[in-house]
Design a protein around this ligand. Structure first.
Ligand SMILES: Cc1cc2nc3c(=O)[nH]c(=O)nc-3n(C[C@H](O)[C@H](O)[C@H](O)COP(=O)(O)O)c2cc1C
Length: 335
């Protein structure tokens, strides 16, 4: 899939620039592909709003994952402006009386984009969430350090989990959480509302083209969400895949606090991490199942995150598997 927007260049009108930027921002990742954002445009300014009608009441009562998703869209909008050669001027959560106003973004100054910014932008529409195992590969330490530096720019910490004991503990918590979520009728019904059958033309939710029909077994269990719910939906397995594949390099994205500003920061850090990783040929699997169960989230916070707040569980690695996703067009997300 490619971004639909036409490149206006730095000389484009403010309206053309806004359209281009929003056309990129909609490709941000979001929980269950709810795309819980809306955008308002004024000359030279875009406002990013969270859309509470797209929050998940059972999985995400506080709107934490909604704001992480919006933070990812905000980062993408900033990156698209950089790609055009504009310096974004961003105010995050600028109005305490309007908590759904995630950010205002302006642009008046021009500086050509750095090569790494253009590289990251090129990943925006093609990056996909991976669901399965990875190639057997040790990721270079320097690359993981660089990804961590990027996350730190948004106040978040990427904690790569290297030791076997903590890795096994994280795997066990994800496994337990997925089992609990499958037993919870309210949460299962909520997930079902965001998982479309094969052939659906719906522009949101998780399509059957986004996950394997047969869950891949990984050397450490990191089960995926049950989008198919026994229907046999999903993509055919790659025939050459070995039976048990490496789970990849697991990590936690954490923040020192757990307020809306931390969630927006975590979302920006997440999207920077995903695009940066993608520029380096890496894919990421995302898991938030245990972070939706307060006791298990607290267990991770205390035992695996040094007391800071886990906002996302990631697994990084290399894969040649391709999946596809869907997005709403720009006209559907404008206020
Ligand atoms: C806050 C958040 C939580 C997510 N949790 C999960 C998850 O638990 N399992 C999963 O497979 N994907 C998860 N995702 C990925 C989304 O499902 C994915 O971004 C969305 O379906 C769009 O697909 P794409 O990332 O391939 O464009 C999460 C994404 C975000 C931003």
């Amino acid at each position: 899939m490619t971004a639909a927007a036409v490149l206006p260049g730095p000389q484009g009108t403010p309206g053309e620039t806004a359209r281009f930027v929003i056309g990129a921002a909609v490709w941000a990742p979001s929980v269950h592909n709810t795309q819980p954002w809306r955008f308002a445009v004024r000359p030279g300014e875009i406002s990013v709003y969270a859309d509470p009608d797209r929050r998940l009441p059972a999985a995400d009562p506080a709107g934490r994952e909604m704001l992480i998703s919006c933070g990812a869209a905000l980062f993408t909008a900033r990156l698209a402006l950089r790609y055009l050669g504009w310096v974004p001027e961003v105010a995050v959560l600028p109005d305490p009386d309007r908590p759904m106003l995630v950010a205002r973004i302006g642009w008046t100054r021009q500086v050509p984009p750095a090569a790494y910014e253009s590289d990251m932008y090129q990943q925006v529409a093609g990056r996909r969430t991976h669901r399965g195992g990875f190639e057997a590969d040790d990721l270079p330490a320097a690359l993981l350090t660089a990804l961590g530096r990027g996350a730190a720019r948004h106040g978040a910490t990427l904690r790569i989990i290297t030791d076997g004991g903590p890795q096994a503990a994280l795997s066990a918590v994800v496994d337990a959480a997925e089992g609990l979520l499958r037993l919870d009728a309210t949460r299962s019904q909520e997930l079902a509302r965001w998982a479309s059958p094969p052939g659906s033309t719906r522009p949101d939710g998780v399509p059957a083209t986004a996950y394997p029909a047969v869950a891949e077994a990984t050397d450490l269990a990191f089960p995926g969400r049950d989008f198919a719910r026994g229907h046999g939906w999903g993509t055919a397995p790659a025939s050459s895949a070995p039976l048990l594949r490496p789970a990849g390099t697991p990590g936690l994205l954490t923040t020192p606090g757990d307020q809306p500003a931390d969630w927006v920061g975590a979302g920006q850090a997440l999207q920077r991490l995903l695009l940066d990783a993608s520029s380096s040929g890496l894919a990421a699997a995302l898991h938030t199942q245990p972070l939706e169960l307060p006791e298990l989230r607290e267990l991770i916070r205390v035992q695996l995150a040094g007391g800071s707040y886990p906002q996302m569980i990631v697994r990084l690695g290399r894969t040649s598997q391709a999946t596809s996703s869907v997005r709403r067009p720009v006209r559907d997300v404008l206020l």
